[in-house]
Structures are given as structure tokens and as C-alpha cells.
Design a protein around this ligand. Structure first.
Ligand code: FEO
Ligand code: CA
Ligand code: CA
Ligand code: CA
Length: 672
């Protein structure tokens, strides 16, 4: 049996230098290999990916999607049953958040027209894009030549924007989810912009729908005339406005089952009847979706009790028999909130392996809360429920009607409750040693967080000196990490204490910007992905999705050994800009030093590092490289020398999002 993790772990690798090279760099003594790339086939008979835009569109439901993001490793034993400690075989479930359209088709997206009249004209291109979003489930295993995925495994599956899904929880079967596809509001098609992830103690995968709003077409001047004031308020609050990110709604002719028209919220049927069109289409996205990876034919469920928002992820809290289960969630947009969902039912370990039926038990019935951070280091969880915290029919901003209205418009309910607007809540992570919860607040700008609107939990306003783009870098350009401890260690508690664990910054920044005392071996900007290793108990992985520090370095992965809430001294931020006095950060965690935070990996050009998981023994670490070269203009497609990246295939290849597997050459635990 492998040696257990040491009781007092220490970071055991030499820091990787910042880099602008088009490679993946890991510490000496480690090897990173590419496991699963955009377009890789996951069924027998599907040809290898040509990666020149000519791969048949109809094969993409059996290929890896694009923009690999959050993922979970489900260890599997010889009887194909979930075995969390399994070290050499398992199912890897992962999100494919979005696409880099320039590299998916022969010459980029084909369109005609301009402005609101711009339309897509090639059905195969749109079909590829439908399939390239969503989720992969793949079987992976460790053989004589290392880790590979099994192309012909019966467990391999793609979930995408055409996959049928059922609703459950308070909004299921209500009028707001009625569409032409589902006149009883019980189901929908697809999942979209799946960013971070989560898991359950019964062995299923959670995928979280983040920036779905932008995919819907809604041109205000041609709004459905039957819209109510409440519907318009909801559109406005969720940002459903514009031409639709990939113009999917514009392809004509539509199919009999409205594959394209369902993205058009304006569709005017001439009837006042929602079942005649897709005016509610946007309500069918923005959810946490549960997928049972061990049952490939199962229908995923959108768990509406967890609220509708720009869900980043859903991190499971401490699992204790006889106690409620809890998931902590960020809503990633500027000035959005942090939430938790607490189950009504207490955890019964007999439900392990219970699949989606266990989800019905624990995730459809519970309480949804939003966080309020007080300046004194305390905080409160405000329940989002009809009749409390201002969430009533007489609320002046939005007249809440029922439980479905509250979860569908969770952002408006959180506004009514008076929650604290945060600097873009990305991933949540729960320390397995303490139960404390960490939240990455990736960054924000001066428009969303002017100096007069800073507060203790979002205290920064300064200028990051990134060359000519300096003026765009004012506000909180480098982000920070907040953490909190639910009172009494009880995840169902209604209060918490909190501090700031870490502030991103350039090592060269002045001390009143570089508040965590970062140095060359651990400076970073824009924390996003974040996850506690279970095998090492206490090792925190931190991933970046940055645009502020990218004049100096590509995005990165760092390893950390954090202390506990309140372990730093109280400090007052000074005013470096000569403007209004800043708010005070009540508790700033102590500087981590290089023993507490160290750079482990730097990715290729123009990528984000996101998604992380480990084998059951902690001796293989899976990390996703998302969208290398994504800002390549379509005009450069004819000349490979002008691609923003050629990773991972090198030469003249188009770049591909891909999963890495990282192992230590001596077979040891990763990072220690
Ligand atoms: Fe998809 Fe908030 O990152
Ligand atoms: Ca993210
Ligand atoms: Ca991000
Ligand atoms: Ca990204």
C-alpha cells in the first residue's frame, strides 16, 4: 500500500519560473503528459482528429469537446463500481465550457450580413459547436506506458447542447420553464458554458452553467409583445440581451424541432401561450446539473433548488452521517454573490451509489442562502425563500410569486436580501482538515467597484501597470481569495467568520498593492480554479485565468498550504491613489511565504489553467489547459506562423484545449 500523506505536509518541489513560452513547464522531477485533447475520438470507429476544420460534424458527439474546464475523477474498481481510493482506473468527468471558433472550421465561422442582421449560414459549423460544449465522461487508466483514456469504453459519453435533461426541484413543471419542447415545463435540451464542477457523496458529477445568458438572442426592439414587466426585469438582471454569442439563433431554415430557434427568446408565435415558442428558453439554463457517470444512458437533471445564476461551481462541504449536506457556490459576474445550499435530509451513507435517485433526496429539498460579509470579520447567511428577507410580492424591484420564482430569479432574491456584492466569485473549495471554505474573487474593474464602493471583503482599488492597457487595469485587477468558517463548524449555521487569505499581485508591486508579500516564486494574478487535494489533506491548488499579468507570464498553477481563518494580523489598507480613503480589510491573512505558496506549473500561450482532479492515491494529478491561442484573429488562420499557440501538437498545428496528467518521477504524492 502507498505511504500515507505526512501529518505536517511541506511543499516538496522547486518553484517554476514565470514564462511566456508556448509550453507546459512543471518542476524538476515531474512529468506532464497530454491525455485528452479537443476532438479526440471517444468511440470505436471515429477517426483521429484532423484538426483542420474538416472533421465531420456528425462525429463530434463522440469526440472531446473544446475548452476543458472543471473535472472530477471517479475511481472505479474491477466490478465497475465507484471506489474513491482507486489509484489506477476511473472515470474522468469534465466540462467543456466554450469554444474557440476560429480553429473549429476550415476558415473560421461563416456568416453573412452585419450588426443585428448577421447570420450563420453553414449548418455543419453550428452542429459542431453544439456538440463541442457540455461534458465528457471518459474512462482513464494507468498502464505500462502511463495514463491513457480508453477510446472504446462503454462508459464514454458526451453530454452537449442537444442532450435531453429533466428539471427537478421547486421550478420543475412550472409555467416559467414551459417551452414548445416541453409544454409541461418538465424538461429541456442541453447544458451550456459548463465552468467549474462539483460532486456528491453518492458518486455523481455536478456541472455548473455559467455564462449561458450571452448565447440567447434578444433584440429589445423586437421583444415578444407578450412579455411581462417581471420577465423584462429578469432578462435585465441576468444579462439576456444581444445577438447571441455564436449567432446560433440566426441559422435558417430551422429544423422541425427548433434546434436553432430555441436560442431566440424573441420568437413571436402570435400566441400569448408560452408553449408555442421559446420565450422561456433562457430560464432553462443557469442551473447546477447532476450527471451519473456510471450510468451512461441516464438523463441528467437540472437541480433547480440550488438557484439560477451564472454558476461557477458547487463544492461539497463536510460529509457527516446524520448531518445535512452542503454545497458552496459562486456566481461569477462582477458584483455577484456567494451562495450555499443545505439539504433538508441528513446524510445516510447507505445512499452511496444511489445515482440520480439520491440526488432527488438531497438536492431537490433544502434551503438556499446567500452570504453577507460584515466589516468586523463576521458574516450572515440570508435565506432565499418567499416571505423572508424582503423576498415578497410587494418587493419594489421584483414581485416574487412563489418558490419557483425565487429560485429562477435567485439574483433578484439575493438583491432583496441585501447580500454582499463580490469581485467575481469563481471557485469554492473546502479544506478537508477544517471545513473552512475558500472562494476565489478573480478580479474586477473600476466601473464595477469604484473606490467609493470598496468594502472589507472587496477592499482593493489600484492601477496594475500593464503597458498601454494600464487604464483598463484599475479596480481590483489581480483578485484575491476570501475564506470563511461556518459558526461552530456546522455547515448549516446561519453565521460565519471570515478573513482574506491571499491577494494576487506582481512581486514588483509596492507593498500597499502586494498585500500578501508575494515574491518571484509565487506571484500571480486572477485566481480562478481552486481545489483541495483529498489524498494529501490540506494541499490547496490554485489556478489562474488572467489578463492583467500576461505581459510577464502565461497562466499558472500554484500549490499552497494555508493556515486557518483569522491566522493573520488586522491591517488597514492605505490610500496609494490619493483619492477617497479606502475601506479597511479587517483581517488580512499573513504573507504565505514560499513555504506556504509556490508556483508549480506555467501553461502555454494565451491559455487559462482550470479544472483539477487527482487519482485516488494522489499520485496522478489531472489539470486542464483551456483555449491556448484563443485570441488568434481569423485573418491569421491562413498562416500558421501567426497562430497564437501550437500547443499541444506543435509544428504548424492548430492549438487544442487538453487535459494533462502529471506524475512525479519517483511515484510520490504530487506537490509534497
Ligand atoms: Fe468560466 Fe468564471 O469562469
Ligand atoms: Ca472559472
Ligand atoms: Ca475566470
Ligand atoms: Ca476561459
Amino acid at each position: 500500500a502507498p505511504a500515507p500523506a505526512p501529518a505536517a505536509p511541506k511543499l516538496g518541489f522547486a518553484a517554476v519560473s514565470k514564462s511566456l513560452a508556448d509550453v507546459v513547464s512543471v518542476p524538476a522531477g515531474y512529468t506532464a503528459t497530454v491525455l485528452y485533447r479537443l476532438g479526440d475520438p471517444i468511440a470505436s470507429g471515429v477517426p483521429a482528429y484532423a484538426n483542420d476544420g474538416t472533421d465531420a460534424a456528425a462525429t463530434f458527439d463522440r469526440r472531446a469537446g473544446d475548452h476543458h474546464d472543471g473535472m472530477t475523477f471517479f475511481g472505479m474498481d474491477a466490478s465497475n463500481t465507484w471506489s474513491p481510493s482507486a489509484a489506477a482506473r476511473g472515470l474522468l468527468a469534465m466540462n467543456h465550457e466554450a469554444i474557440t471558433p476560429v480553429f473549429l472550421h476550415p476558415t473560421g465561422q461563416t456568416t453573412t450580413g452585419i450588426g443585428n442582421a448577421q447570420v450563420r449560414t453553414v449548418a455543419d459549423e453550428v452542429l459542431r459547436e453544439f456538440y463541442l460544449h457540455g461534458v465528457s465522461v471518459i474512462e482513464v487508466g494507468k498502464g505500462a506506458s502511463g495514463w491513457t483514456y480508453k477510446q472504446d469504453s462503454a462508459f464514454n459519453r458526451r453530454v452537449h447542447t442537444l442532450t435531453e435533461m429533466r428539471f427537478s426541484g421547486p421550478a420543475a413543471g412550472t409555467g416559467s420553464l414551459v417551452t414548445k419542447f416541453s409544454p409541461d415545463g418538465s424538461k429541456t435540451r442541453g447544458t451550456l458554458n459548463n465552468c467549474a464542477n462539483g460532486s456528491t457523496p453518492w458518486g455523481t458529477y455536478l456541472t455548473c452553467e455559467e455564462n449561458w445568458a450571452g448565447y440567447f438572442r434578444r433584440i429589445a426592439v423586437t421583444d415578444n409583445p407578450n412579455r411581462s414587466a417581471k420577465e423584462l426585469a429578469s432578462f435585465s438582471r441576468y444579462g439576456v440581451a444581444g445577438t447571441g454569442r455564436e449567432l446560433w439563433a440566426t441559422f435558417t431554415p430551422d429544423t422541425a424541432d427548433n434546434l436553432y430557434g430555441r436560442w431566440n427568446t424573441e420568437v413571436i408565435s402570435g400566441a400569448a401561450n408560452a408553449a408555442a415558442d421559446y420565450r422561456n428558453g433562457a430560464n432553462t439554463y443557469g442551473w447546477v446539473v447532476e450527471i451519473d457517470p456510471f450510468t451512461p444512458g441516464s438523463t441528467p437533471k437540472k437541480r433547480t433548488a440550488l438557484g439560477r445564476m451564472g454558476h461557477e461551481g458547487a463544492c461539497l462541504g463536510p460529509v457527516v452521517a446524520g448531518k445535512p449536506l452542503v454545497w458552496y457556490m459562486g456566481d461569477d459576474s462582477r458584483n455577484e454573490y456567494i451562495y450555499k445550499f443545505v439539504s433538508t435530509k441528513n446524510w445516510d451513507p447507505a445512499d452511496v451509489g444511489g445515482g440520480l435517485a439520491a440526488g432527488d433526496k438531497y438536492m431537490d429539498d433544502g434551503r438556499l442562502y446567500v452570504a453577507k460579509f460584515n466589516a468586523d470579520g463576521t458574516g450572515a447567511w440570508l435565506e432565499l425563500k418567499l416571505g423572508v428577507n424582503g423576498i415578497t410580492a410587494s418587493n419594489p424591484a421584483y414581485a416574487f410569486a412563489d418558490a419557483a420564482d425565487v429560485v429562477i430569479n435567485a439574483r433578484l432574491a439575493a438583491d432583496a436580501a441585501g447580500a454582499t456584492k463580490m469581485d467575481r466569485p469563481e471557485w469554492t473549495a473546502v479544506n478537508p482538515k477544517t471545513g473552512e471554505v475558500y472562494v476565489t474573487l478573480t478580479n474586477t474593474n473600476a466601473a464595477a467597484r469604484p473606490i467609493t464602493a470598496t468594502d472589507a471583503a472587496n477592499p482593493r482599488f489600484y492601477n496594475d501597470p500593464k503597458g498601454a492597457a494600464a487604464m483598463a487595469q484599475i479596480g481590483n485587477p489581480n483578485g484575491h481569495v476570501v475564506r470563511f468558517a461556518d459558526a461552530g463548524g456546522d455547515p448549516a449555521a446561519l453565521s460565519f467568520t471570515w478573513d482574506v487569505y491571499l491577494f494576487g499581485a506582481r512581486a514588483t508591486a509596492s507593498a500597499d498593492v502586494n498585500l500578501s508579500g508575494l515574491v518571484a516564486d509565487n506571484d500571480f494574478s486572477s485566481p480562478d480554479g481552486m481545489w483541495f487535494s483529498q489524498a494529501t489533506r490540506g494541499l490547496l491548488w490554485l489556478e489562474t485565468d488572467d489578463g492583467a499579468y500576461t505581459d510577464v507570464t502565461n497562466c499558472m498553477l500554484l500549490a499552497a498550504l494555508p493556515g486557518q481563518v483569522g491566522d493573520g494580523a488586522a491591517r488597514t489598507l492605505t490610500n496609494v491613489d490619493g483619492a477617497t480613503t479606502r475601506q479597511q480589510a479587517t483581517f488580512v491573512g499573513k504573507a504565505p511565504g514560499t513555504d506556504g505558496l509556490r508556483r508549480f506549473l506555467v501553461g502555454p500561450k494565451d491559455c487559462e489553467i482550470t479544472g483539477i482532479a487527482e487519482s485516488g492515491d494522489g499520485r496522478a494529478l489531472f489539470v486542464n489547459i483551456q483555449h491556448p491561442g484563443e485570441t488568434t484573429p481569423v485573418a491569421n488562420l491562413a498562416n500558421p506562423a501567426l497562430f497564437g499557440s501550437h500547443w499541444p501538437d506543435g509544428g504548424n498545428a492548430r492549438p487544442r484545449s487538453a487535459t494533462l496528467v502529471i506524475t512525479k518521477d519517483d511515484g510520490g504524492l504530487i506537490g509534497l
